[in-house]
Design a protein around this ligand. Structure first.
Ligand code: 8DG
Ligand code: MG
Ligand code: MG
Length: 138
C-alpha cells in the first residue's frame, strides 16, 4: 500500500465559468476533473498549480489563491490523496489539449451546472463548499 500523496487541483475561473477536462488513461478515466497533478519535491502549491496548468492546458496563470482541501481514498486503486485546491482568476490563453493521452478535452462549465461524473476530489469539494461562491472569491 502506498503512502498518501499530495495532489493539487486548479480551479480556473473565467467569466464565472470553471475549466474541466475529461480524464483518460489513469484512475478516474471518464470523470471530469480540474487540471492538476502531484506536488513535486520543493514546490509550493501555487508553483505546482501554475506548472500543471501550463503542462496540461497551455494556460499561463497569474497569482493563485489558496482554497479548500479534500481527503480521498481511491479504494479499488489503493491510492490515497490529499488534494489542495488552488483558485486562479487570471489565466491567459485558450485551453489546449496538451496531453491527449490523459485528457479528452477542456470545456468551461457554469459551477451551478457541472457535468457528471466528477473526479472524486472535485466531487468531495462540491459536497463541502459552494463552488459558485468560490468563483466569486477574488
Ligand atoms: P503528474 O505526474 O503530472 O504530477 O501527474 P498527472 O499525470 O497530471 O496525474 P493526474 O492523475 O492528473 O494527477 C495526479 C494525481 O493528483 C491524481 O492521480 C490524483 C491527484 N489529484 C487529486 N485531486 C486532483 C484534481 O482535482 N485534479 C487532478 N488532475 N488530479 C488530482 O488528488
Ligand atoms: Mg494531471
Ligand atoms: Mg500533469
Amino acid at each position: 500500500m502506498e503512502q498518501p500523496r499530495i495532489g493539487v487541483g486548479v480551479l480556473i475561473f473565467r467569466d464565472g465559468k470553471l475549466l474541466l477536462g475529461k480524464r483518460k488513461g489513469s484512475h478516474g478515466a471518464g470523470d471530469w476533473a480540474t487540471p492538476g497533478g502531484h506536488l513535486e519535491f520543493g514546490e509550493t502549491p501555487q508553483q505546482c498549480a501554475q506548472r500543471e496548468a501550463a503542462e496540461e492546458t497551455g494556460l499561463l496563470l497569474g497569482e493563485c489563491v489558496q482554497g479548500p482541501y479534500t481527503n480521498n481514498i481511491f479504494c479499488s486503486e489503493q491510492k490515497h490523496y490529499v488534494t489542495l485546491f488552488m483558485l486562479a482568476f487570471e489565466a491567459s490563453g485558450t485551453p489546449q489539449r496538451c496531453e491527449p493521452d490523459k485528457c479528452e478535452g477542456w470545456q468551461w462549465f457554469d459551477p451551478a451546472a457541472l457535468p457528471q461524473p466528477l473526479f472524486a476530489p472535485l466531487n468531495s469539494l462540491r459536497e463541502s463548499v459552494d463552488l459558485a461562491a468560490l468563483s466569486k472569491q477574488r
